[in-house]
Design a protein around this ligand. Structure first.
Ligand SMILES: *Cc1c(COP(=O)(O)O)cnc(C)c1O
Length: 459
């Protein structure tokens, strides 16, 4: 029986959304050249493109916005924000930035002190990888093998393969490792959590070799809730205490606040105790983000962030949040739709390689399923597969992705279980018609990040 958790909130303000007809959607999709990124949002009924910055704020956050102090330097809002981050992390030095990648552009070049260094991570998120490479370093992913067993339950598929990680450190030389990054939850692996036991082992490794440990913690609260639900010894811990233990193991915390801090824009850098490094970060924040007490944010954004950070750790909220994702995932599994199992914290991943074995990777089976779901139900999702991956820069050939996913990302506090039922029904209907789906090819292919703006046609 697929039960559900009732929400720990009620709705006080509504944003009307409108279902379109099949005929409307056909026209919208044609005008968007069969690329869902090119749809105007009014053409979309339920938008599961991303969970980043798309959540609903509480009345406390909206009230806090009114208290925004827009002083250029030393604003009251900064101090409230700083206090909130210190309270959660226990770290000494806090800098606001405009979003997660703002933190990355400030921090990565400071860690990669000379050209040719390496970052080792359980898995680098796309923008993190981009900033590692822009800093002249190489990004190495070192996630546990369980991560790739799509339909076998494992509680912490986001964990680092610690043995392999240590081997990399030895082989490459400790002096060439710029930092170890733990992405929690592991976004690119579908929001799979990392256990505290694993983090403890990684921490021991960074102590042994004297390497900085960085938490890329956009979803640190969801990760903490998974720890409470799945890790022995934490069943009766407070979420906040689990998060604090997690921060105790690291030196630097980078966050895209558009996820677990429940705001539409924002990010932060928190540094445990290294004052010199903090000063270097401040120095880079000024030209790239803004003066270090606003970092590209309005005072009101820092107010909303300070409140959202605390709300994001509320256990009732988190249980409901994770349960929405699990609920949708279970509905699809019960109908035989192949999905990544167990579901992660923020999204359901549908395995389109096995749904459409008749479409070769370079005709983008997952994109075909995403488009079909839009036509069927007005639901927008995103392809995570060979369309996203692009071409080999040397040979110019399309790279075959190991997975062809349709990702259904669930915005926070935004949709009801009834909306998710509508989504599930749409996916199941598309699944039934899977043999009729056709592959796609390019009408226009941009050279970089092609998936955002490419034009496609059916073949
Ligand atoms: C979203 C995200 C980022 C980048 O943050 P933006 O706010 O989108 O710039 C970095 N790391 C992880 C793990 C993320 O989920």
């Amino acid at each position: 029986m697929n039960t559900f958790t009732v929400p720990p909130y009620r709705i006080k303000m509504v944003e009307p959304i409108k279902q379109t007809t099949y005929q409307d959607r056909k026209e919208y999709l044609e005008k968007a050249h069969n690329n869902l990124f090119l749809l105007p949002s009014e053409a979309v009924y339920i938008d599961l493109l991303t969970d980043s910055g798309t959540g609903a704020m509480s009345h406390f956050q909206w009230a806090a916005l009114m208290q925004g102090d827009e002083s250029y330097a030393g604003s009251k809002s900064f101090y409230r924000f700083e206090e909130a981050v210190k309270d959660i992390t226990g770290y000494e030095y806090i800098i606001p930035v405009h979003q997660g990648r703002g933190a990355e552009q400030v921090v990565m070049p400071l860690l990669a002190k000379q050209p040719g260094m390496y970052f080792i991570s359980n898995m680098h998120f796309d923008t993190t990888r981009a900033h590692v490479e822009l800093a002249g370093a190489t990004a190495i992913d070192c996630v546990v093998d369980e991560c790739f067993n799509v339909d076998t339950f494992s509680p912490f598929k986001g964990n680092m393969n610690v043995e392999k990680c240590e081997k990399y450190i030895k082989d490459l030389g400790r002096e060439n490792i710029a930092g170890i990054i733990m992405t929690m939850t592991n976004n690119s692996a579908g929001g799979q959590p990392v256990s505290l036991e694993n983090l403890r082992e990684v921490h021991a490794l960074t102590q042994k070799y004297d390497i900085s440990l960085i938490i890329d913690g956009a979803r640190f609260a969801e990760n903490s809730c998974f720890v409470k639900q799945r890790e022995k010894g934490y069943e009766s811990s407070e979420i906040k205490d689990i998060a604090r233990e997690m921060f105790d193991y690291a030196d630097i915390f980078l966050m895209s606040a558009k996820k677990d801090a429940l705001v539409n824009i924002g990010g932060l850098i928190a540094i445990k105790e290294d004052k010199e490094f903090f000063q270097e970060c401040q120095g880079r924040t000024v030209p790239y983000e803004g003066f270090p007490t606003y970092g590209g944010l309005a005072g009101r954004d820092m107010e909303a962030l300070a409140v959202g950070l605390k709300e994001g750790l509320d256990e009732d909220y988190l249980i409901h949040r994770l349960d929405q994702v699990r609920y949708l995932s279970e509905k699809l599994r019960e109908a035989g739709v192949p999905v990544q199992y167990p579901a992660g914290g923020h999204a359901v991943f549908v395995d389109c390689k096995s749904i459409c074995p008749h479409i070769p990777f370079d005709h983008f089976p997952a994109q075909s399923v995403c488009n079909a779901l839009y036509l069927e139900a007005g639901v927008r999702t995103v392809e995570v597969g060979s369309f996203l991956l692009g071409r080999d820069p040397k040979t110019g050939q399309n790279i075959e992705s190991p997975f062809e996913w349709m990702r259904l990302a669930i915005p926070r506090r935004t949709y009801t279980y009834a909306h998710l039922d509508h989504v599930a029904e749409g996916v199941i209907n598309v699944y039934k018609k899977r043999k009729e789906l056709k592959g796609l090819d390019f009408d226009y292919e941009p050279k970089v990040l092609r998936h955002f703006t490419a034009n496609l046609r059916y073949i």
